[in-house]
Design a binder for this molecule. Structure first.
Ligand code: MLC
Ligand code: AMP
Length: 499
């Protein structure tokens, strides 16, 4: 088995078909991506990257970046994408943890990150720009493509994506070939992909949503993809006219609705709008239907599991629910002690299936904690099933903020703030935000008479944390509310500061 082969088998008869269409760039056909990924495979071999070696990648969205991902699949290396917003301090952690054979970064970051990678013990660092420039991009122009596909087993790891799971520092979630292949094939069928479908892609390609859900469905369908560098309302409105399917986080939909000129006419060729990665409010669902006539199909997933549930393509799509377990996946809701609960009762959402990851990289104990003894994975989400098996999510037991579809772990930000001079302790919470869904706020206790201010804390976090994780507000208080066990009561802080 080779995952690239699974995709290639589906698009092989369509090599002339445009694959990635980016405004202002040459179209990349399926034949082009096949050749380009074979060139990257040759380049990886030249750098002595072998099967199961990690390749950490922090590059901008481009056809070359997709080809690099596919090259890793070709040779059986483990693809490890990183958010381009991560700071050098964050990248240093990922590099030392993943211990890659190769690190690929943007040409503009080379000066800073070559040294970071060297200190982390990474043997080789190369660069890749959006026009196939950079040291890795250049070499692909010169090499003979390497067509060989490395035979892999279904439970070999194909990709590793960093996520904080339920607690603590980021962990590498190891996803196998079977995890990725089974979910891709299921989603392609469940969402009714058909000849002629064109996917509008404005998501980043360093997360499950943009990389696996969107691109795998497109490749299995040999579909053209309108490949936008990021979400820009104006560009997306223009591109909608040529697309039949769009996948996005809820912020995409609220931003479209914020544009008064956005109408039903913009969506005349669309057959399916899909939302996920964060809760889609009933208000957005309803307003979107009123404005466009489309009922957004909401689905639910996680880095560790790919997609878990989905509203149906043909049946009723219910606002505020995430639909039914996908075929082959078992979802249950359990009590605190892990007993399955009857429909209608609120508890912990757990699942089992071929989509569930094999574990956190080099963390067997942490992995074991997240699974029940009967093999069900504990998501950290709270929800309830109805009589028909339709799931509604109603909260999270994990301390997690989701801002614009990005996960933010309060503990990571708290440890940065707590380490600042003059700070006693902090509590980081998410509060409602009209654009991002939730936004980060830090409530901080500082030593009296020390020059700790909102501005000084925000400035200090900027050095260490990606912009999307930085607190938008810092509130200085005398003490944090605690329960009798001494635990900070974040619910009280959320109530107090949500407005
Ligand atoms: C950008 N910023 C964010 C942010 N994205 N801040 C908080 N949360 C975010 N998500 C910062 C920018 O750095 C900038 O800082 C300011 O906010 C405004 O930027 P913007 O230009 O408005 O942001 P934009 O580039 O438009 O990005 C917003 C976004 C983007 C929502 C389009 O974040 C995005 O594409 N999100 C999708 C994330 C995603 O793919 N999630 C899937 C995870 S997989 P400044 O300096 O200007 O103040 C997963 C599993 C599953 O969860 O189920 O799918
Ligand atoms: P991540 O760790 O980035 O993969 O994010 C996974 C988390 O995103 C899940 O555990 C949920 O909390 C959340 N999530 C994903 N899809 C949805 C959705 N449709 N509605 C609510 N939350 C979601």
């Amino acid at each position: 088995m080779n995952l690239y082969q699974i995709f290639r088998d589906r698009f092989e008869a369509h090599l002339d078909q445009p694959f990635l269409i980016s405004p202002g760039e040459a179209v990349c056909s399926y034949g082009d991506i096949d050749r380009l990924s074979a060139c990257f495979a040759a380049a990886l071999r030249l750098e002595d990257v072998n099967a199961l070696d990690r390749v950490v990648v922090q590059v901008d969205k481009s056809a070359g970046a997709v080809a690099l991902y596919l090259a890793c699949l070709r040779i059986g290396a483990v693809y490890v994408p990183l958010n381009v917003a991560y700071t050098a301090a964050e990248v240093a952690y990922f590099l030392s943890d993943a211990a890659p054979t190769l690190f690929v970064c943007r040409p503009a970051s080379a000066d800073q990150l070559y040294e970071v990678a060297r200190q982390a013990g990474v043997p080789v660092t190369r660069t890749l720009g959006t026009s196939l420039d950079g040291s890795l991009g250049h070499v692909t122009h010169k090499l003979t493509p390497s067509e060989a596909l490395t035979e892999r087993a279904p439970d070999d790891v194909a990709a590793m994506l960093y996520t904080s799971g339920t607690t603590g520092r980021s962990k590498g979630a190891m996803l196998t070939l079977e995890n990725l292949a089974s979910n891709a094939v299921t989603l392609h069928k469940y969402w009714g992909f058909r000849p002629g479908d064109v996917l509008l892609h404005a998501l980043p390609i360093f997360h499950v949503h943009g990389l696996f859900v969107a691109l795998h469905c497109a490749m299995l369908n040999a579909s053209s993809v309108i490949f936008l560098p990021s979400f820009n309302t104006h560009e997306v409105r223009r591109a909608l006219a040529d697309a039949t399917v769009m996948m996005g986080v809820p912020t995409f939909y609220t931003r479209l609705l914020d544009n008064e000129e956005f109408t039903r006419e913009d969506c005349r060729n669309i057959r399916l709008f899909i939302s996920g990665s964060a809760p889609l409010t009933e208000q957005t669902f309803t307003e979107f239907e009123q404005r466009t006539g489309h009922r957004i199909l909401e689905r639910y997933g996680m880095t560790e599991t790919n997609m878990i549930t989905s509203n149906p393509l043909d049946g009723e799509r219910v606002a505020g629910t995430v639909g039914y377990a996908l075929p082959g996946i078992e979802v249950r809701v359990t009590s605190d002690s892990g007993e399955p609960l009857p429909p209608g009762e609120l508890g912990s959402v757990e699942l089992k299936g071929p989509n569930v990851f094999t574990g956190y990289w080099r963390m067997p104990q942490k992995t074991a904690q997240e699974f029940r003894s009967d093999g069900f994975f504990i998501t950290g989400d709270l929800g309830l099933l109805d009589q028909d098996g339709r799931l509604s999510l109603v909260g999270r037991s994990k301390d997690l903020i989701i801002s614009g579809g990005y996960n933010i772990y309060p503990q990571e930000i708290e440890s940065v703030i707590d380490a600042l001079p003059g700070v006693v302790e902090s509590a980081v919470i998410g509060v409602p935000h009209p654009d991002f869904g939730e936004s980060v706020i830090a409530v901080v206790v500082a030593i009296k008479d020390q020059a700790v201010t909102e501005a000084s804390i925000i400035e200090a976090t900027a050095l260490q944390l990606a912009r999307f994780k930085q607190p938008r507000r810092v509130i200085l208080v005398d003490e944090l509310p605690r329960n009798t066990m001494g635990k900070v009561q974040k619910n009280i802080l959320r109530d107090r500061y949500s407005a």
